[in-house]
Design a protein. Structure first.
Length: 286
């Protein structure tokens, strides 16, 4: 898949994958790898590239079948470098998976576009997954750890939600509501209230996926039964958990599997794995 990257561009998943009868579409979400220019470089005491490679391997091994889409929800490159995005491209294109990427606050959208634009769907974009559609939003705002959609992107989102009534996934890096952690709540999605109003106008609730907070978290945007919100753990490291981890592994890296049924139902499965052992001198595959 080599989609054009422009606001409002619509892509279709491989028709053979999206027309699979009664089988649900599977979306594997990973988040916040924080890659560096050098593959052996370390951040927060870990090697981000090795941790992402290890996490992808562990996640795929835990699944019965390969996912139809790999979504990585932001903070792709901690040092916002060309080399970091090249590391990402080399790893992900070798996987053979269909790719969807969001920029986070630790990203450089123009470099991301230059390196990955021919290999992945990049936010903002719309991607059809069978009867579902994924609306990918960019919350990157230069010089701000918090997120911002802006009037143009919000108008595009409102138009897409009013034009189509299909089951909808919305993906954005920053959580659009407080999670109960003062540090993260200060750098969440700054126009999250406007996003909540837009989603409340849709004909049916959307399922919203985010990253940023390095932990499993779930809640409701606009109050239950509004739009369910799921935050994804990081492949690099975990931060202090606000909610208990259902698997009892809040300090481990992780991801999430979404299964999207053609009748609009969905289910999700939290994934956890032990980190790649940093006792090694360097990632042997770097």
């Amino acid at each position: 898949m080599r989609p054009l990257q422009e606001r409002g561009h619509t892509s279709q998943l491989d028709p053979e994958a999206s027309a699979s009868g009664t089988n649900p579409l599977r979306v594997l979400q990973l988040s916040d790898p924080h890659l560096l220019r050098q593959g052996h470089g370390r951040y927060r005491g870990r090697t981000p590239l090795a941790q992402l490679r290890h996490g992808l391997e562990q996640a795929l091994a835990a699944l019965e079948v390969s996912p139809d889409l790999l979504l990585i929800s932001g903070d792709l490159c901690q040092d916002e470098s060309w080399g970091g995005y090249v590391q990402l491209r080399n790893l992900l294109t070798d996987s053979g998976l269909t790719l969807a990427l969001l920029p986070g606050n630790h990203d450089h959208p123009l470099l991301l576009q230059a390196v990955m634009g021919r290999h992945a769907v990049l936010a903002p974009a719309e991607l059809w997954l069978g009867t579902w559609r994924l609306l990918m939003l960019s919350s990157h705002r230069s010089g701000d750890c918090g997120g911002w959609l802006g009037t143009g992107q919000r108008a595009w989102l409102r138009q897409r939600l009013l034009q189509e009534s299909s089951p909808t996934l919305v993906a954005v890096h920053h959580p659009p509501l407080p999670i109960g952690d003062p540090g993260f709540d200060a750098i969440g999605l700054r126009d999250g209230a406007e996003l909540a109003r837009i989603l409340s106008e849709a004909s049916s609730p959307a399922l919203l996926l985010c990253g940023h907070v390095h932990q499993h978290w779930q809640g409701w945007l606009g109050g239950e039964p509004g739009s369910p919100v799921l935050a994804c753990p990081s492949t690099l490291c975990a931060f202090g958990a606000v909610q208990p981890c259902p698997l009892g592994r809040s300090e481990d890296p992780g991801g999430r599997l979404l299964e999207l049924h053609h009748d609009g139902r969905w289910s999700q499965r939290l994934l956890r794995w032990s980190p790649w052992p940093e006792t090694a001198a360097a990632d042997p595959a770097a």
